[in-house]
Design a protein around this ligand. Structure first.
Ligand code: HEC
Length: 366
């Protein structure tokens, strides 16, 4: 039994996420699946695994190959079982499950590959998603300055690997930079490597930011300041509800100083500049928390930092109004704006955080 056939025994070509590697020549494989079940499965098997007719799964046929056989028939297979759109769709579907080659001359054919993601808040996990299931059992290795480590196995017919704790919970990036998949580490089928610059950014983002005085990641530092800001939005609203002008002004000043950071300002005029945050600010300058996180995630992955910074800017502006208001009533509209911006900031920050936590991805290629 060949490796390819062995792999197909566990492969479910009808799964919704079946790989779309083949040239489908204009047909719609999703519709083709139903046509196949009706017109072809009796002879070729429900999973295209073969029966009266030969196995089509894994046969490497292109959509054009299939369309030609469907049109003209072959052996006991009648010609013209389906025609028109149905023929195009079923051909696309069969090409897809056959893992089929593209039509000749089509240089843009998808090549099998996948992605590897280093995951977890300390970048200690590894998740691999292959575009196509492994035809045989494949090993997974990581390699880099710390040497080579076998992370595990992708079983034949499987397309995924997941281990949240590859090396005793230790941070992988920096010690390892390359992910290898195949039957031997020395002769990889697929591999991908993180560039050193990217590794530095990802480590700063998620593990430890060398630009910060204290230990900790840029993401955690930003999260802490966003939390401080949001707490003080609540304090500001409470001061309004209690009709306490001094506290409205006090927390209004906090809006300005948490978001803008250094130089701190005495907005409420009480002779004391106060900032319950870490002094750095969320928006001003490239080192400001939201900008730093956005820079480290990279522009290709997130533009949420700009929206978050715009919301923080609104909060600073209206905080200045509240911080110097002559009455609670005069501050009411600014406080309402701050509450609206804060609610939106919670959403955008969650998206930014998710982008950060999923930023350590590298393509696996032959
Ligand atoms: C009555 C049984 C039967 C039905 C129904 C049938 N086939 Fe076939 N098919 C066969 C047989 C048998 C062969 C092999 C013929 C030969 O080479 O002698 C074949 C061959 C093929 C081949 C060529 C395989 C290769 O490796 O070159 C393709 C493609 C194919 N069929 C697609 C389909 C599609 C698509 C349908 C549904 C629209 C379908 N068949 C319906 C029996 C059937």
């Amino acid at each position: 039994m060949s490796l390819a056939v062995y792999g197909l025994a566990q492969w479910q070509p009808f799964a919704a996420d079946a790989p779309a590697a083949a040239d489908t020549a204009g047909g719609d494989p999703a519709s083709g699946q139903a046509v196949f079940a009706r017109a072809c499965a009796t002879c070729h098997g429900g999973q295209a695994e073969g029966g009266v007719g030969p196995a089509l799964a894994g046969s490497g046929l292109s959509a054009d190959d299939v369309a030609a056989v469907v049109a003209s028939g072959r052996g006991i297979m009648p010609a013209g079982l389906v025609t028109g759109d149905e023929a195009a769709d079923v051909s696309a579907f069969v090409a897809q499950v056959s893992g089929g080659g593209a039509a000749p001359g089509d240089g843009a054919a998808a090549r099998p590959g996948g992605t590897a993601a280093v995951t977890g808040p300390r970048l200690s996990g590894l998740v691999i998603a292959l575009d196509e299931p492994a035809p045989g059992a494949w090993g997974v290795w990581i390699e880099g300055p710390a040497g080579r480590l076998r992370a595990g196995t992708i079983d034949a017919g499987e397309g995924a690997f997941r281990d949240t704790d590859v090396d005793g919970g230790r941070t992988l990036l920096g010690r390892f930079d390359t992910v290898i998949v195949g039957s031997s580490a020395d002769d990889p089928v697929l591999s991908g490597a993180f560039a050193q610059e990217r590794i530095d950014d990802l480590l700063a983002l998620l593990v430890d930011d060398p630009r910060r005085a204290e230990e900790g990641s840029a993401l955690d530092a930003a999260a802490a300041q966003v939390a401080v800001l949001r707490d003080h939005v609540r304090f500001l609203a409470a001061a309004r509800d209690e009709d306490n002008l001094a506290n409205v002004r006090f927390h209004g000043e906090h809006m300005v100083n948490i978001t803008r950071g250094d130089p701190l300002q005495d907005i409420d005029g009480n002779g004391d500049v106060s900032n319950p945050g870490d002094g750095v600010g969320l928006i001003d300058g490239p080192g400001a928390h939201l900008r730093r996180v956005g820079l480290l995630i990279g522009p290709a992955l997130s533009d949420r930092d700009r929206e978050a910074a715009a919301l923080a800017t609104v909060i600073a502006r209206d905080g200045e109004v509240a911080g110097s208001a002559g009455s609670v009533t005069a501050a009411a509209q600014a406080i309402a704006e701050i509450e609206r911006a804060d609610a939106r900031l919670a959403v955008v920050w969650a998206q930014l955080r998710r982008a950060a936590l999923t930023a350590a991805v590298v393509e696996l290629q032959p």
